[in-house]
Design a protein around this ligand. Structure first.
Ligand code: HDE
Length: 749
């Protein structure tokens, strides 16, 4: 046993390896070779970034362009190094006293590698932890200039943006399609500094005063004893809170509607929620609410579908957004303004504009388009961009100011404060994704994670030593100036205005504006959520709240829960419905919609034509075959197999054949030999039945019709024919209305 010899041998081996690595000529050229399954043995230039990805704008920590190349493929250069730049010869073996000996403390690379890994995670956002972002551009129409002097709203002005969508309650690794509110936060990198519009997909909020935010979030988050349930409101603490805190009722109505389970981020509206104060070049003010209107319309999942997706594809929404951008189907939203005169009362048609639990129906104040947002670039690095982006309502530009909405005011504190823990210090605006695209001269110095090397000696004002720089801007230099808003004579109180006490008129307005199918979904959502509560008293109290909204709603939910209708029901208030709140009744573009096509390799008639027509129509065909690989000798390739496909991935399903059970099929429980359906793969039968239950268009031609018959699905939205193109045309027509609404039982008037 001679350890000295062993160490020597290991050293010799290592030296050989280093010589091997250092000596060969380094090609450095971009990798143009075909992909190889072998591990590369020589250093080579970095792979080019994907065309739809690009690193954030490279500007210095003070915002000036550096001229440096974008670091799209950072750290994929030729040699692995330590963080101090020393080249490494081995990263797979720790330095040991002999092959079987103890690890040496001397091993800097081991310690550094593990140390860095140990600290890779930062605290997730306390709310909106799960999110997904993308880059894009906002183009102003110039239509807002009479009310708002912000340069980015000017005609044709292009402003880079970063948008982060999110759920509220779930933690970072939770699923996308839970029932929840969605965040819709936009950072505009304008020429007058960053403007952050940090909104939601629901136009009202749970609370009227920011001091209640910890309460509502503590109630909605999982129970503190067992940390169950994750990412949902279907539990006792949530309903305990909202049933006793009736100002949440309006928001809860939206959550329990189809808005709580969007089909896609691309098909969600966005709302600034609060009323903002706009200022024009003449100094005149107006009150305004911001709206994002998706070009594809507002569409949702159905509850069973949403629940299935959470298991089958928890990344459903982020995948959908990234795929759409990658394929060039850039999602678009039009920014619109509802405008109101800035009167001392700050109300409009009797609606208190400072109350964030109230909307102003679009029929009373139309949404006026002021610009278009297009998301056209995926992130290069999720952590660097989506995780590190820090939005803040105080990031305002000339022309847009706050109001005294007490929720808005509290948020102005929270969004700076939270970053101190999450991004570990006060220099988070130096992180590339947060940097403005204009010069920054903030005179803030030092602090954790300071990236700037500030020159000069006088970071104070007034100074003479640095030539008096930086100077404060004069009016013509377009500084941000707070509106000199006169305040009424007041006393300091912990109270809300009387108008904030009406918690039921608008929830009723929302309910009455829905179609019967949408109402049915609201009833089922309430019944599901309350059905998940254990405490009887909570269910009864929430029924009493619903009785104040609408007697039918209350009675239907009570029926589902098996509880009596409360005797306290108030007399229904008179409200005028707002049809604009319903998601049903129009037709929309079908861009980026996904159509599954079940293919029987033995019978491929029409498949190619149908696939090409779908592509030409801007939709996405997905071929589903019994096994992977090429489909017969058609030249087509299966994108899904009966094992990997599930109905929830498609917006419509076409059947080009009735494939018999594939090699890995497990017979359906009720598929007795000889029974109809036994001849068709049971997973295909299931796919058809699920699409049918979820009111999706189903089309079949030729032999495919036998599969639909085997599934026992007939009636509205099931298109059977002999001509593939005709069947597709009809199915696409159905898709324009999003779902085959007639298929849902309409039991509520
Ligand atoms: Fe937020 N909210 N919020 N919020 N919020 C945060 O900020 C907070 C509210 C919204 O993608 C946090 O950076 C308080 C309304 C979105 O990064 C935190 C109050 C609306 C996002 C915070 C509210 C929102 C956040 C957590 C009551 C819709 C995600 C991490 C006064 C208009 C932004 C962070 C992103 C994030 C606090 C109310 C939307 C803790 C105290 C109302 C979309 O600062």
């Amino acid at each position: 046993h001679k350890p000295g010899k062993l160490v020597k041998a290991a050293l010799e081996k290592a030296v050989d390896k280093v010589t091997e690595l250092v000596n060969p000529p380094i090609p450095g050229a971009p990798n143009s070779e075909p992909p190889s399954l072998e591990e590369p043995t020589e250093p080579r230039g970095p792979l080019p970034p994907k065309p739809d990805q690009d690193a954030p704008e490279t500007v210095s920590p003070t915002g000036a362009p550096t001229g440096a190349p974008k670091i799209a493929n950072a750290q994929q250069g030729e040699f692995l190094t330590t963080s101090a730049g020393a080249r490494l010869y081995d990263t797979d073996h720790s330095l040991k006293a002999g092959e079987r000996g103890p690890t040496l403390l001397q091993d800097h690379h081991l310690r550094e590698k593990v140390m860095h890994f140990d600290h890779e995670r930062i605290p997730e956002r306390v709310v909106h932890a799960r999110g997904y972002g993308a880059h894009g551009v906002f183009v102003g129409y110039g239509t807002a200039t009479n009310v708002c002097k912000s340069a980015f709203l000017g005609d044709g002005v292009e402003t880079p943006v970063f948008v982060r969508f999110s759920t509220v309650l779930g933690s970072r690794g939770s699923a996308d399609t839970v029932r929840d509110t969605r965040g819709f936060a936009t950072k505009f990198y304008t020429q007058e500094g960053n403007f952050d519009l940090v909104g939601n997909n629901i136009p009202v909020f749970f609370i009227q005063d920011g001091i209640k935010f910890p309460d509502v979030i503590h109630a909605g988050k999982p129970h503190p004893d067992r940390e169950i349930p994750q990412a949902q409101s279907a539990h006792d603490t949530f309903w305990d809170f909202v049933s006793t805190h009736t100002e949440a009722t309006h928001h809860v109505m939206w959550n329990m509607s189809d808005r709580g389970i969007p089909r896609s981020y691309r098909t969600m509206e966005g709302f600034g929620v609060h009323t903002f104060r706009l200022v024009n070049a003449e100094g005149e003010t107006a009150l305004a609410k911001f709206h994002w209107k998706p070009k594809l319309g507002v569409h949702s999942l159905v509850w069973e579908e949403a629940q299935m997706i959470n298991g089958i594809d928890p990344d459903f929404h982020r995948r959908d957004l990234a795929d759409a951008i990658e394929s060039g189907a850039y999602p678009q939203w039009e920014l619109g303004l509802q405008l109101f005169p800035d009167t001392p009362k700050q109300t409009f048609e009797g609606i208190d504009l400072l109350d964030p639990t109230k909307i102003v129906p679009e029929e009373l104040a139309p949404v006026q388009p002021v610009g278009m947002l297009t998301l056209n670039r995926n992130t290069t690095n999720f952590f660097a961009e989506t995780e590190q982006v820090a939005f803040h309502l105080g990031n305002l530009v000339p022309g847009i100011d706050v109001t005294d909405d007490p929720l808005f005011q509290a948020r102005l504190f929270s969004y700076l404060d939270t970053q101190l823990t999450r991004l570990a210090g006060p220099n988070f605006n130096q992180i590339p994704i947060n940097r403005p695209h204009v010069p920054v001269n903030d005179m803030f110095r030092d602090g954790f994670h300071q990236h700037a090397v500030h020159g000069g000696v006088a970071p104070y004002r007034p100074n003479t030593l640095d030539g008096g720089n930086p100077f404060v801007a004069k009016a013509e230099d377009r500084p941000f100036v707070e509106v000199a808003q006169p305040l009424p004579r007041a006393v300091k109180v912990r109270q809300s205005p009387a108008s904030f006490a009406d918690h039921f008129t608008q929830p009723r307005l929302f309910w009455l504006s829905l179609t019967p199918v949408e109402k049915e979904h609201v009833v089922r959502a309430f019944t599901f959520e309350l059905g998940k509560c254990y405490e009887q008293a909570i269910k009864e109290r929430q029924l009493a709240v619903l009785a104040n909204v609408d007697p039918t709603l209350c009675a239907e939910v009570a029926k589902g829960l098996g509880l009596p209708v409360p005797s306290t029901a108030a007399r229904p208030r008179k409200v005028t419905p707002s049809p604009a709140l319903s998601q049903i009744g129009q037709t929309w573009p079908t861009d980026g919609r996904i159509i599954g096509i079940v293919v029987d390799p033995a019978d491929l008639d029409g498949v190619r034509t149908v696939r090409e027509t779908i592509l030409a129509g801007g939709m996405v065909p997905l071929l589903i075959a019994p096994t992977g690989g090429p489909i017969g000798d058609s030249g087509l390739v299966a994108q899904r197999t009966f094992l990997t496909a599930r109905s929830v991935e498609f917006d419509a399903l076409l059947l080009a054949g009735s494939p018999p059970p594939g090699p890995d099929a497990v017979p359906a429980r009720d598929a007795k030999a000889g029974a109809p359906g036994a001849a068709v793969d049971p997973r295909v039968v299931l796919m058809i039945q699920e699409c049918f239950r979820h009111a999706k268009g189903i089309g079949a031609w030729g032999a495919g019709r036998a599969a639909v018959e085997a599934a026992g699905c007939t009636g509205a939205g099931v298109v059977l024919g002999d001509d593939a193109s005709k069947v597709l045309a009809e199915a696409t027509e159905l898709l324009k209305s999003h779902r085959v609404w007639d298929r849902f039982p309409a039991t509520i008037a």
